[in-house]
Ligand binder design. Sequence first.
Ligand SMILES: N[C@@H](Cc1ccc(O)cc1)C(=O)O
Length: 517
Amino acid sequence: MTQNAHPAIVFFDGSALRIEQIIAIAQGQSRAALSPAPEFRARIQKGADFLDRLLREDGVVYGVTTGYGDSCTVAIPPELMAELPHHLYTYHGCGAGRSLTPVETRAVLACRLASLSQGLSAVSWTLLQQLAHLLEHDILPIIPAEGSVGASGDLTPLSYVAAVLCGEREVLWKGERMPAAEALQRTGAQPLKLRPKEGLALMNGTAVMTALACLAWQRADYVARLACRITAANVVGVAGNAQHFDEILFAAKPHPGQQRVAARIRGDLVAQAPLRNSHRLQDRYSLRCAPHVIGVLEDAQPFFRQLIEGELNSANDNPLIEPDEERVLHGGHFYGGHIAFAMDGLKNAVANVADLLDRQLALLVDTRYSQGLPSNLSAVQGPRQAINHGLKALQISVSAWTAEALKQTMPASVFSRSTECHNQDKVSMGTIAARDALRVLELTEQVVAAMLISARQAVVLRQRVQADMQLGDTLNDWVGDLAQRVALVEEDRALDQDLQRLIADIRAQAWNLYDGA
Ligand SMILES: N[C@@H](Cc1ccc(O)cc1)C(=O)O
């Protein structure tokens, strides 16, 4: 997707949002705003009014007139009720670990706003405005990444959002870390005084894991595309057999994602005649089965999207306050099992792509398998060949990153444990799964960056040993583009700067691959 494909403003009014809209907000390509539609505001108001009436007439609402979680049996005296929401974020101020990045934090704010805009959380219009104010002025709560079990949602990390709305704790604003109160004041906003239930509404949900999942989904999509292009280049590099990606062959196995991967690679290899009589009819699995590996990710992504967007477009706190039917519904929508499962699956499929690429590089650097390419893809000829080592160390690094990515695939969702005096006795661990997925993606992007260097190197060296080798236009243009970004590795040189630049290109999705198909 190109940048100008994003609308300038994403309006929040409870209607369904897509992953791309959250990403566009997170990356600063779109602004977020509350819908000006009077019906939307009226619906929000109706929820808040209903809660007020309920308290006047009925007097008992979980988390409003009672303590939280297992402490729901504790009655809150009326004179202390107003303080209760502030206690919620205060005692949850026990996060640790790295802080979420600005991109991640914007995504969190957008996901929480999406959930509260469903109109089922009985928050005030003022609260929504304050949340939108943070996004509008790019006031970013400092949110520690660790400390959520992912059911009761992301209570602890979201307490940092709640506190900031109330002018407490710290934010990043215009690149500077400062007290939240100062940033609010300098942007013309007042600290919020939370109404009954608003602490729970803000915190008792899945916005952190959902935000991280949106970001992971999009990065995984791009990794899959790059893996197709790199595989095609590597087939050329080792003079492999393009027939492995044949259309009739893949028609026999009706996984649409796998078929799409085969079609992409096949399209990239248009100039490669199928080697019907070559001495080696079949390439090794890391090439021949590339559609079967990348295809798992491709086929799973629509399902992951469905899980992620289902969560994104949900009211995921508790209790829900339904203003039309006038119901107070106690449930467990803060349970992030769908995100946990999506992220455990995504990290597995992505790490398998890293592993595939690592195996392809192992073929390329080894003269036993590379069909005439120089050892370690060294481009140096003549006497100086002896002291030059080509991509030897790069391949070792790729193996290290791959091993670490694979190690990270242990499912988080199976590590549920009973917590909070056995009220939260089954939890999702979705936030841990999402953080794992991002770490796997980081490592895999490093692998991909290295593979860009090696794929380009391999194609050039193949041309050297096989002067009549033809490249299709797409692959030719792409290798030409890579040549602009990274010089051929000839005399030994440190490659870390090249890697950093390429990783940045990958993160910026610098290449338009397969026209979004
Ligand atoms: N998620 C719990 C509420 C809760 C809130 C804060 C806690 O510290 C613990 C539990 C529920 O709705 O049942």
